[in-house]
Design a protein around this ligand. Structure first.
Ligand code: HEC
Ligand code: HEC
Ligand code: HEC
Ligand code: HEC
Length: 133
């Protein structure tokens, strides 16, 4: 009887682990590399940015960049599995975002460029993200 109980517990634990594993594998991590460009407030002369998504994911939490918005327009912290929208779907001129966060450029510079600057000023150079053609 004792062995049976142990067996049941062990099986439940293995199954539990499998399910946890499956749940982690299901989180959509998006493309490993992206070329970011604004489409809503598109500039006359586009200045696309290279973004090594996967390399950043190895170094930091998703929450470093991703978040949501509630009905009152307040920021909602990232939670695993939440719907990930394009930055510009909230950070655009028509959305009434606060100063310095009103466009994709401003939001991206506040997120990407500020971290780069804090790490190493070489990383904050335009060409790091906007490579010359
Ligand atoms: C350093 C910032 C950063 C980190 C860290 C990050 N992402 Fe992203 N992610 C972005 C940006 C920027 C986009 C493109 C958004 C846009 O097009 O406006 C994006 C897009 C996505 C997309 C949309 C699909 C796609 O490829 O366009 C998914 C899904 C996603 N990220 C999931 C994740 C998950 C899950 C994590 C954590 C494991 C993560 N991201 C970590 C910045 C980041
Ligand atoms: C669903 C809407 C939404 C999306 C999508 C979104 N943001 Fe935001 N973001 C907000 C809101 C709301 C705030 C808070 C603004 C305020 O201070 O009132 C915010 C604040 C910020 C800030 C200020 C610092 C902070 O974290 O509080 C930065 C930087 C930022 N967003 C960058 C980004 C980037 C980069 C992306 C895409 C990877 C993104 N946002 C996607 C809604 C969004
Ligand atoms: C929280 C810090 C942080 C944020 C936010 C961040 N980065 Fe980075 N990024 C780094 C660091 C650190 C490196 C240098 C990595 C290395 O040398 O190993 C880097 C490197 C890069 C590189 C050079 C290629 C590479 O992967 O080494 C590009 C391009 C880049 N980042 C673009 C972006 C863009 C675009 C965003 C915003 C969507 C962004 N980064 C947001 C920290 C950050
Ligand atoms: C750490 C990455 C990073 C660095 C460094 C950086 N940018 Fe950006 N920049 C972005 C991202 C991401 C966007 C939003 C996507 C886009 O439109 O390119 C952007 C947008 C822009 C835009 C708007 C382009 C458009 O099509 O709407 C301009 C202009 C711009 N950046 C100029 C600069 C200049 C000038 C520098 C150097 C002083 C610089 N950026 C440094 C990441 C960076």
């Amino acid at each position: 009887m004792k062995n049976f109980t142990l067996y049941t517990v062990a099986t439940a634990m293995v199954l539990g682990l499998c399910f946890t594993g499956a749940a982690i594998a299901e989180v959509d991590k998006g493309a490993p590399e992206l070329t970011l460009t604004s489409t809503i407030d598109a500039a006359k002369k586009a200045k696309p940015a290279l973004f090594t998504h996967a390399k950043h994911q190895e170094k930091m939490e998703c929450a470093e960049c991703h978040h949501g918005k509630d009905a009152d327009g307040k920021q909602v912290a990232y939670t695993e599995g939440m719907k990930i929208e394009k930055c510009e779907s909230c950070h655009n001129k028509a959305a009434g975002m606060p100063d310095k966060l009103t466009t994709f450029k401003e939001a991206a510079h506040a997120n990407c460029k500020e971290c780069h600057k804090a790490k190493d000023k070489e990383l904050a150079k335009c060409e790091v993200c906007h490579p010359k053609k």
